[in-house]
Design a protein. Structure first.
Ligand code: NAP
Length: 285
């Protein structure tokens, strides 16, 4: 049996085992996908243990999804990285290939697939506000720029982190004809004339129960306002977006689409992500 897992700490909340089990069912792939809690200082040992246990049981560990707080550890552990994982400096997919461990980052392509295909909103030519400069923002900035937006403003509470990400992505932005600038969150003040077609909250602001870390004037009428969070944590941001005439969207679509990209890398088969997203929404009520 081919074995996969999601490794994180905490990990019990992860929907990945259910998503990948559904992908496997729908595509007729024989595999098992587990949930693994790794000690915060023991990611590499946990990966080695997963592989050794599989071997001892006569199975074969083929890959692993990586979640908080191990995406940087996973980038170090991989023998080689895909270009998008190298740019992000973070890995959420490990592929245990015959010639070594490949590290990929599917968060950004997952987000783009959700915005463009599921929500039907083109990123090309759009003015986009990306809030946050942590691991999630680092993973999605490159794939968003590759869509050729008109410009991306990267806003973060700590300006220096946004500036660092902007420097790292400057060449990519130029190659795709996209403007890219860093801004401090408090530079938005109470109101701004600077409106956006797409606002993506990739910060952890929703965890503190706040609605949104920017004034509602950033939302052009009908703008897409997407929080990478989902479930109760995203409720404040989604209500804020709806109240101000935007189209609210949570991070569930991105979650399913990044999983679909991992599944494609591992199995060479593209699963029906739209169907699985609809089923997951129904399951979660
Ligand atoms: P992270 O690396 O810890 O970064 C956290 C970011 O949030 C930083 O930019 C931080 O700003 C900012 N922040 C924290 N509290 C804030 C507040 N009260 N107001 C404004 N900004 C605040 O976390 P991450 O890995 O980037 O993850 C961010 C979120 O995305 C997580 O909640 C995660 O669940 C979600 N996510 C969802 C998916 C999905 O598939 N849907 C995938 C990946 C991540 P400073 O730099 O100033 O500290």
């Amino acid at each position: 049996m081919d074995l996969y897992c999601v490794m994180g700490n905490p990990v019990e909340h992860s929907r990945s085992p259910w998503i990948h089990a559904r992908f496997a069912e729908l595509t007729g792939q024989a595999l098992r996908y587990e949930r693994r809690l790794a000690p915060v200082d023991g990611f590499a040992a946990a990966v080695a243990g997963f592989r050794a246990e599989a071997l001892a049981a006569g199975d074969r560990a083929r890959g692993c999804n990586v979640t908080v707080p191990f995406k940087l550890d996973a980038a170090t552990l991989a023998d080689r990285l895909t270009p998008r994982a190298r740019l992000a400096g973070a890995v959420n997919v490990l592929d245990f290939a015959a010639d070594g461990v490949l590290g990929d980052n599917s968060d950004g392509v997952g987000l783009v697939a959700d915005i463009v295909h599921n929500a039907g909103v083109p990123v090309a030519g759009a003015d986009l506000l990306l809030i946050g400069a942590g691991g999630a923002a680092a993973g999605v900035l490159g794939p968003l720029l590759e869509q050729r937006p008109r410009r991306v403003v990267l806003a973060n509470r700590t300006l220096a982190k946004a500036e660092w990400l902007v420097r790292r992505h400057a060449d990519l932005a130029m190659a795709h004809g996209a403007g890219l600038e860093a801004r401090a969150l408090d530079a938005f003040g109470a109101a701004t004339d600077d409106g956006f077609d797409i606002v993506v909250n990739a910060s952890a602001s929703s965890l503190s129960g706040a609605a949104a870390p920017v004034p509602s004037s950033v939302l052009r009428p009908g703008a897409l306002a997407l929080d990478l969070m989902y479930g109760p944590a995203a409720a404040g941001f989604l209500a804020w977006a709806a109240e101000h005439g935007a189209r609210p969207r949570d991070g569930l679509g991105m979650l399913v689409e990044q999983a679909a990209q991992a599944f494609l890398l591992w199995r060479g088969v593209r699963p029906l992500s739209g169907q699985v997203l609809a089923e997951l929404r129904e399951r979660l009520g």
